[in-house]
Design a protein around this ligand. Structure first.
Ligand code: SAH
Ligand code: SF4
Ligand code: F3S
Length: 486
C-alpha cells in the first residue's frame, strides 16, 4: 500500500521571448552549470529538447510552464512531441485513481520509445504522483531517471546534472514551498494572452477524500511583492487576463507592501492596478474562507470576471461532516445569497463528488436539491475515488461502483441541463471576448467570455490578443457561436 508522506508542519504562511544576453545563453549550455536565475533567457540554437506532459489541475499547468522557465537557461527548449526529446517530464496528478494510473501506462509507452528510438532520452516524473509514490515509481518503472515533487522543481538543473554524472537515484520530495518561490524568477514567458499565477499553494483543510494536503504540503501564501512582480512581467509580455490560482486562494494571507497581512480581496485590488491586465479571475475557493472583504471586492472590482468556482462537493450535512468540509449546506446557501447580492450577474461553478462512503439515496438527493436551488453555469462532477492513506479510504459503507455510476449520471443530467440553459440565456447578448487564437474552422477565431465559456466567431487574425464584442447567436452545452459586433 502506498503511504502518503506527512506534510511539512514547519512551512509558514508568510511567504511570501526575446533574444537572450549572449553570455547567459553560452553559460546555459553547460549541463553541469549551477542554478542560474531564470529571466528573459531563450535557449540557444543548438538547444536540447524537453517534452513536458501535464496532467491534473491548473497548478500543474502553471508548474509545467515554470519547469520550462527553469530549464531554458541550461539550454532546453520545449517541444510538442516526445519523439526526439532529450528529456521527457510527466507532470502528474494523484487526485483520483484513474489519474494516477495513467502515469504508469504512459511510462510503459515511453520505455518502448526509448528502447526502440531514443536511448539517450532522460525521463522525469514530477507532480503529485511523484510526491505520493516516488519510491514506488522508481521501483515499478526503471525507465525513470528522476522523481521530483511539486515543491522541488527549482532544483531541476541540479538533478539533471546528477543524472548525467550517473550518481544514482535522484528523488526530491522535500516540502519547502517558500524556498521554491524564492528561487524561481518572477520573469515569465507566457504562451498566450491569459495566464495562471500561483498565489497560494498547499492545503490545511484535510477533506477526508483528498490527497492534496499530502501531495502539496501545508498552506503557504506568496508575498504580494512576488505576485505583483510576476503579474507585471506577464502584462509586459502581452497577457491581458490573469487567473490567481491556489488550492484555497481565499485563505490567502501574506505580507503586503505596507508590512501588514493582506487578504485575497486586497491582493486582487492591487493586481487590478497593473496596466495591461484587464481581466482577473481566481480559483479555487473554499466556502469556509469567503470573507466579507472578498465578497465586497467581487461586487466592486470591474476587472474581476463575474464567475466564481465555489465547490460544495455534496448537499447533505451528514456527508459534508464526514468529508470534513466543516460547513453546512445552509452556510453555503447563505454565502451564495450574499455573493449574488454583491454581484447579481455572477455565474457559479462547483465541484461535486457522488458516492462518498455512507452516502444514501436520501443524501444523494440532497445534492440534487442543492444543484436545483443554487443553479450552476458550469461544474465538475466525479465518482468518489478511494485514495490510499486518506481517512475516507478506511471508512465503512463504501458505495458500490454501479450505484456511483447511476448517481453521477443523474447528477450530470441535471448539471448539464443547467449549463445548457445558462449558455442559451446568453443568445442575443453582446459579450466581451478575449481572443485567444484561431479556431478549427478556417477564418474562425476562438476566445472566452467573462463566464469562461469558449466562444467561436469569424474575424481577422489581427484581433488575436484583443478583447472584442461578440453577439451570441448559438449555444451548446460547452461552447457558444457569435458574430463580431459592429
Ligand atoms: N481545493 C479545491 C479542490 C481541489 S481537488 C477545493 O477544496 O474545492 C479538485 C476536485 O477534485 C475537488 O473539488 C473534488 O471534487 C475532486 N476530488 C478530490 N478528491 C477526490 C476523490 N478522492 N474522488 C473524487 N473526486 C475527488
Ligand atoms: Fe482537497 Fe479539501 Fe484541500 Fe480542497 S480543501 S485541496 S478538497 S483537502
Ligand atoms: Fe492533481 Fe495535484 Fe492538482 S493531485 S488536481 S495535480 S494539486
Amino acid at each position: 500500500m502506498t503511504v502518503l508522506l506527512p506534510r511539512d508542519k514547519t512551512a509558514s504562511r508568510d511567504g511570501a521571448r526575446k533574444a537572450a544576453p549572449k553570455a547567459a545563453a553560452q553559460a546555459s549550455r553547460n549541463i553541469d552549470a549551477p542554478h542560474i536565475a531564470t529571466g528573459d533567457i531563450k535557449p540557444a540554437k543548438d538547444a536540447k529538447k524537453v517534452f513536458i506532459k501535464t496532467y491534473g489541475c491548473q497548478m500543474n499547468v502553471y508548474d509545467s510552464e515554470r519547469m520550462a522557465d527553469v530549464l531554458a537557461p541550461i539550454g532546453y527548449a520545449p517541444v510538442d512531441v516526445p519523439d526526439h526529446a532529450d528529456l521527457v517530464i510527466l507532470n502528474t496528478c494523484h487526485i483520483r485513481e484513474k489519474a494516477a494510473e495513467k502515469v504508469y501506462s504512459e511510462l510503459g509507452r515511453i520505455r518502448r520509445h526509448k528502447t526502440d528510438n531514443n536511448p539517450n532520452m532522460k525521463v522525469a516524473v514530477a507532480g503529485c504522483v511523484a510526491q505520493a509514490e516516488g519510491e514506488e515509481i522508481m521501483r515499478r518503472a526503471p525507465v525513470v531517471d528522476m522523481v521530483l515533487g511539486p515543491q522541488t522543481y527549482h532544483k531541476l538543473p541540479e538533478m539533471i546534472a546528477k543524472v548525467h554524472r550517473g550518481t544514482g537515484e535522484v528523488l526530491e520530495t522535500e516540502f519547502d514551498t517558500l524556498e521554491k518561490f524564492d528561487e524561481l524568477s518572477t520573469h515569465r514567458n507566457p504562451k498566450g494572452f491569459s495566464a495562471f499565477l500561483t498565489i497560494q499553494e498547499g492545503c490545511d483543510k484535510f477533506c477526508t477524500f483528498c490527497v492534496v494536503p499530502y501531495t502539496r504540503g501545508a498552506e503557504v501564501s506568496r508575498s504580494v511583492a512576488q505576485i505583483t512582480a510576476e503579474a507585471r512581467s506577464l502584462a509586459a509580455k502581452g497577457v491581458r487576463e490573469i487567473t490567481l490560482i491556489g488550492q484555497n486562494v481565499n485563505a490567502y494571507a501574506a505580507e503586503g507592501p505596507d508590512g501588514s497581512q493582506w487578504s485575497l480581496g486586497q491582493l486582487i485590488e492591487h493586481v487590478a492596478l497593473i496596466g495591461g491586465i484587464d481581466r482577473i479571475r481566481f480559483t479555487t475557493s473554499h466556502p469556509r474562507d469567503m470573507d466579507d472583504e472578498l465578497i465586497r471586492v467581487i461586487g466592486a472590482q470591474s476587472k474581476l470576471m463575474p464567475y466564481l468556482h465555489l465547490p460544495i462537493q455534496a448537499g447533505s450535512d451528514k456527508i459534508l461532516r464526514a468529508m470534513n468540509r466543516d460547513h453546512s449546506y445552509e452556510h453555503y446557501k447563505n454565502l451564495i445569497a450574499k455573493i449574488r447580492a454583491s454581484r447579481p450577474d455572477i455565474a457559479l461553478s462547483g465541484d461535486f463528488i457522488v458516492g462518498f462512503p455512507g452516502e444514501t439515496e436520501a443524501d444523494f438527493e440532497a445534492t440534487l436539491k442543492c444543484v436545483e436551488e443554487i443553479g450552476y453555469a458550469s461544474s465538475f462532477s466525479f465518482k468518489y475515488s478511494v485514495r490510499p492513506g486518506t481517512p475516507g479510504a478506511s471508512l465503512p459503507r463504501q458505495v458500490p461502483e454501479d450505484v456511483k455510476s447511476d448517481r453521477l449520471k443523474r447528477l450530470q443530467d441535471l448539471l448539464y441541463a443547467q449549463q445548457t440553459a445558462f449558455n442559451k440565456s446568453l443568445i442575443g447578448r453582446t459579450l466581451p471576448i478575449l481572443v485567444e487564437g484561431t479556431a478549427r474552422e478556417p477564418g474562425q477565431l476562438f476566445g472566452r467570455n467573462p463566464y469562461l465559456t469558449g466562444t467561436h466567431f469569424f474575424g481577422d487574425e489581427a484581433l488575436i490578443g484583443q478583447i472584442v464584442n461578440v453577439t451570441i447567436t448559438e449555444a451548446g452545452v460547452n461552447s457558444l457561436i457569435g458574430d463580431l459586433a459592429p
